[in-house]
Design a protein around this ligand. Structure first.
Ligand code: PMV
Length: 358
């Protein structure tokens, strides 16, 4: 086979942040460390087909298809990503690409796809780089070294900050933190310990309260933290919450997990409400769902917790051991609050998977 022609496919999941990344500086560097749970079903499959460039140019020559349809509206984000990485991947200038991407979750579900899509694309580039630089034919391209993953996480970050965390399974941190050895703002890393078994089978029911597009892009959102009156306190709070959450994940402290998770979600929205300009993204049904979740927790003594992205949808996090009563509660009390009663049932995931390589 001609080494200069082929196709690489990666499937990469989305993740839900528990300690939120909100505010950045420099080239996609976070103002505070974050921690997320990698999902399983909400994912993007991206194929990168390549062949020698027909017309040499200094730019990246590619076509982009989303669910089989050519989509030029996605080019601005991809162009900006390529601009940041082109110096490290010289083949970007010598090959022609066809990028085909599909999400497992509906485009209108209100789920941000940048974490899964940018991590899938970064993984494709890193695999292609390995492949083109391969010295011998017998290297197993299905096994991935720590170095490969940390490199992919670094490039995923340049596409979208949260994408850096999607490269790893389970609970993942990104950003420098004094309790995490080797942690850096450049890439994410898996937890340095095994989480308590209470957290090993965690679930995320995504309640689609409003499927409309997010009303604040994360780019604009992060910018709101520049000069925000609460910025410094927020960054300090995130770091403290991360310390506490790490301890909770290690010891199986469900109560702390719930408290921190919800405080982080509400802080994110409080920050947006306090920004100039402000964004109020919580809808009536978001607030009703939060009330229902809190009441259910208090009445049943089951450690369910809600979290929110920069939008109105509610993620309900719960341990697999309580799936039955929680899912009965969801059907009875939360489903009616969702647009077309739409809920995505997801759970903690194993991280990305390579699907095809030459
Ligand atoms: O990765 P971005 O730039 O789309 O920002 C993500 C921001 C939040 O989803 C609100 C929080 C997070 O840590 O994922």
């Amino acid at each position: 086979m001609n080494k200069q022609e082929g196709q690489i496919t990666w499937e990469s999941p989305s993740n839900i942040a528990i300690i939120k990344y909100w505010g950045k500086h420099g080239i996609q560097l976070p103002e505070n460390p974050s921690l997320s749970m990698t999902l399983s079903k909400c994912k993007t499959v991206t194929s990168l087909a390549y062949k020698p460039e027909a017309v040499p140019s200094d730019k990246v020559s590619y076509d982009f298809f989303f669910h089989g349809e050519k989509k030029d509206s996605f080019r601005a984000k991809i162009d900006s990503f390529f601009e940041k990485v082109i110096a490290d991947f010289p083949f970007l200038k010598t090959l022609d690409f066809e990028i085909r991407s599909e999400n497992s979750f509906p485009h209108s579900s209100g789920i941000a796809s940048s974490a899964s899509s940018m991590s899938a694309l970064a993984l494709c580039l890193c695999s292609l780089d390995e492949m083109l630089g391969r010295k011998s034919e017998d290297k197993d391209l299905n096994s991935f070294s720590d170095e490969f993953l940390s490199r992919a996480s670094n490039y995923a970050r340049l596409g979208s900050g949260s994408a850096s965390r999607s490269v790893y399974p389970g609970f993942v941190t990104w950003g420098k933190h004094h309790e995490l050895e080797g942690s850096t703002n450049l890439q994410a890393q898996p937890l340095p310990f095994e989480v308590h078994e209470f957290f090993s089978d965690y679930r995320d029911a995504v309640l689609i309260i409003d499927p409309a597009r997010k009303s604040v892009s994360s780019r604009a959102g992060h910018k709101l933290m520049q000069g925000h009156p609460y910025a410094l306190n927020r960054y300090k709070q995130a770091s403290g919450n991360l310390s506490e959450l790490l301890r909770a994940l290690k010891t199986g402290d469900a109560e702390s997990f719930v408290r921190i998770t919800e405080q982080e979600a509400l802080t994110l929205h409080a920050l947006m409400m306090m920004s100039d300009p402000y964004f109020l993204l919580l809808k009536e049904h978001t607030l009703t769902a939060i009330d229902e979740i809190r009441n259910f927790r208090q009445e049943q003594n089951i450690p369910v917790a809600f979290t929110l992205d920069a939008g109105p949808n509610v993620h309900l996090l719960y341990p697999g051991s309580f799936a039955e009563p929680v899912e009965a509660f969801i059907t009875e009390r939360l489903k009616p609050l969702c647009a077309e009663e739409k809920i995505i049932f997801d759970h903690i995931g194993q991280g990305p998977e390579i699907k095809a390589c030459p």
